[in-house]
Design a protein around this ligand. Structure first.
Ligand code: 5RP
Length: 221
């Protein structure tokens, strides 16, 4: 069996995701290094889609650089498909996302799509979520309040210093959270005043996981 690099696996899932792109439609596009490979693949077939809705300024810039039209979500109805990476994904297709800080727009675009296709290399596939810190987007004035509440939930929040989200907010990366019930933990974090969004995607999990492995791309539902 050939040993592939992590980038080889990201490239392979990005290529496979093209099979899930319908003709003459607007496609929801996530953020991150795996999605960057996907955007490059999308550029090859850009003639058969109408354009994209993007989850970050970074993805918008890359799509536009390829000459792919980008539309504002608020002017669009439902999207057939949203394609994005993950920092961790479990067997129920619950995810931790937000390593790149784009979690809020990612959750909004994902919620507007009929199907969420997650593209990830096998290092991201875990039995239990929580080794990767959970990003929490916070209104700046609420940073200390939210941090204290996250400690009550058992986590160790760390301010991502020098980073401002596309929405003008801050990120707290929460280490050591015991995520036994992802849906309940997502809800508990979301209810803290000042939290815009948290990086647990369990209420809205992926529908399909394209997992890059040494033996090829596995499709998991
Ligand atoms: C960005 C994200 C990304 O999907 C996640 O961080 C995975 O990124 P990569 O493909 O670079 O490993 O949630 O906010």
């Amino acid at each position: 069996m050939t040993t592939l690099t992590q980038d080889d696996k990201k490239r392979a899932v990005a290529r496979k995701a093209i099979d899930f792109v319908p003709d003459n439609a607007l496609i929801g596009v996530g953020t991150g290094s795996t999605v960057n490979f996907f955007i490059d693949e999308l550029a090859r077939i850009k003639g058969r889609i109408d354009g994209c809705v993007s989850s970050s300024d970074a993805s918008t810039a890359r799509l536009k650089a390829h000459g792919i039209p980008v539309f504002e979500l608020t002017n669009i109805g439902e999207l057939p498909v949203y394609i994005d990476g993950a920092d961790e994904i479990n067997h129920s297709l619950h995810m931790i996302k937000g390593g790149g800080g784009a979690l809020t727009r990612e959750k909004i675009v994902a919620a507007s799509a009929q199907e969420f296709i997650c593209i990830a290399d096998e290092a991201k596939y875990v039995a239990k979520l929580g080794t990767f810190p959970v990003a929490v987007e916070v209104i700046p004035m609420a940073r200390s309040l939210v941090a204290r509440e996250l400690v009550h939930l058992g986590g160790h929040p760390e301010w991502r210093q020098g980073f401002v989200t596309d929405n003008g907010n801050l990120i707290l990366d929460v280490h050591n959270l015991e995520i036994l019930k992802p849906v309940e933990m997502e809800t508990a974090i979301n209810q803290i005043p000042g939290v815009v969004c948290c990086g647990i995607f369990a209420r809205q999990h992926a529908h399909v996981l394209l997992l890059g492995t040494d033996s090829g791309v596995k499709e998991i539902r």
